[in-house]
Write a protein that binds this ligand. Structure first.
Ligand code: ATP
Length: 306
């Protein structure tokens, strides 16, 4: 086994690992700023996803022992349901998603998928079953076709077009100079934020995971793009267990459950109606925040109809 072979293998594996993780978690996890800390236990079995039900059982976690980021978080998401995570900046929403992707192991408690502790299964099998749609998707310097196909490189090309249609990006791609063969990314055609998010959605539809982690865009989008994104999101989240860091009122209103995460704890929990009725339930002020952010009341009414 020559040293040259060793280095080629090493860099090959390393490159694939980075590329895979990069697509999976992308900027949402600031992968390149943080060390990957989790290790599989020897002989760990694959995660067996039957339904995609998610449970956080008394989970605590800290990046820095002096400041716990999550304290005794418990909630359960049944198969196919959507949970909207809301709450103030720094409350712990992204940390919940990172733990579910097992970017870190919990400090105490358990994260379960279909009854299996994710700490005890192979990371690779977990990540195969969890799709991530970040706010800001990094595209490869390659064709738009490849960028979507990457979600499942073994899928037939026809499925790529179907995914692009479901993600409301197909018609836009047909207007590109070389259609699906158009090069995108830093050295190709630059896509807008809304277009990039729809590419990420198409990729995830092709990957077809049981669980979706979604970081909704905060940026203001024009009404058409907003509508396209809402339809694309509806396709990707349908029948899949979804955790969404929600910034849009429509997403919150339509969620099966809202979890307000504040100071690392679940400050409020319930449906939109339940939370609105709960007059004391103002701990999070999330609806006020949203109202203040959304200047145009007509737009809210329109969003709710979607
Ligand atoms: P935002 O809405 O601003 O994205 P959030 O609710 O997603 O916030 P988290 O990013 O989960 O909040 O952060 C929870 C806490 O953990 C914060 O106090 C934050 O400063 C801290 N934190 C987050 N990431 C790290 C990290 N990589 N290292 C150290 N501390 C971190």
């Amino acid at each position: 086994y020559s040293p040259v072979n060793f280095y080629l293998n090493f860099f090959g594996t390393y490159y694939r690992m980075i590329q895979q993780n990069f697509v999976d978690m992308e900027k949402m996890l600031d992968l390149f700023k943080e060390q990957q800390s989790v290790q599989d236990v020897p002989g760990a079995p694959d995660l067996k996803v039957t339904e995609g039900a998610v449970v956080f059982d008394n989970v605590s976690f800290s990046y820095d022992p002096r400041h716990p980021a999550l304290k005794n978080i418990s909630f359960a998401i049944p198969k196919g349901k959507t949970v909207a995570l809301v709450g103030p900046s720094g409350g712990g929403k992204s940390t919940i998603l990172r733990l579910l992707f097992r970017f870190y192991d919990v400090g105490s408690g358990r994260v379960l998928i279909d009854g299996q502790d994710i700490k005890l299964v192979k990371q690779e099998s977990l990540r195969r079953n969890v799709g991530v749609v970040p706010q800001d998707t990094v595209l490869f310097n390659d064709t738009i076709l490849y960028n979507i196909h990457y979600g499942n490189i073994n899928a037939p090309e026809d499925d790529v077009y179907k995914a692009a249609k479901a993600a409301q990006i197909h018609d836009r791609i047909l207007t590109f100079p070389d259609g699906y063969k158009t090069r995108v990314g830093e050295r190709g055609l630059r896509l807008s934020g809304g277009e990039k998010q729809r590419v990420a959605i198409a990729r995830t539809i092709l990957k077809d995971p049981a669980i979706i982690l979604l970081d909704e865009a905060t940026s203001a989008l024009d009404t058409t793009t907003e509508r396209q994104i809402q339809h694309a999101l509806a396709s990707v989240t349908k029948d899949r267990t979804t955790l969404v860091i929600a910034h849009r009122l429509s997403t919150i209103v339509n969620a099966d459950m809202i979890l307000c995460i504040k100071d690392g704890e679940v400050a409020e929990q319930g449906t939109h109606d339940e939370l609105l009725k709960n007059t004391e339930g103002n701990k999070c002020m999330w609806h006020k925040q949203l109202r203040d952010e959304t200047e145009n009341k007509d737009k809210i009414a329109e969003e709710i109809e979607v």
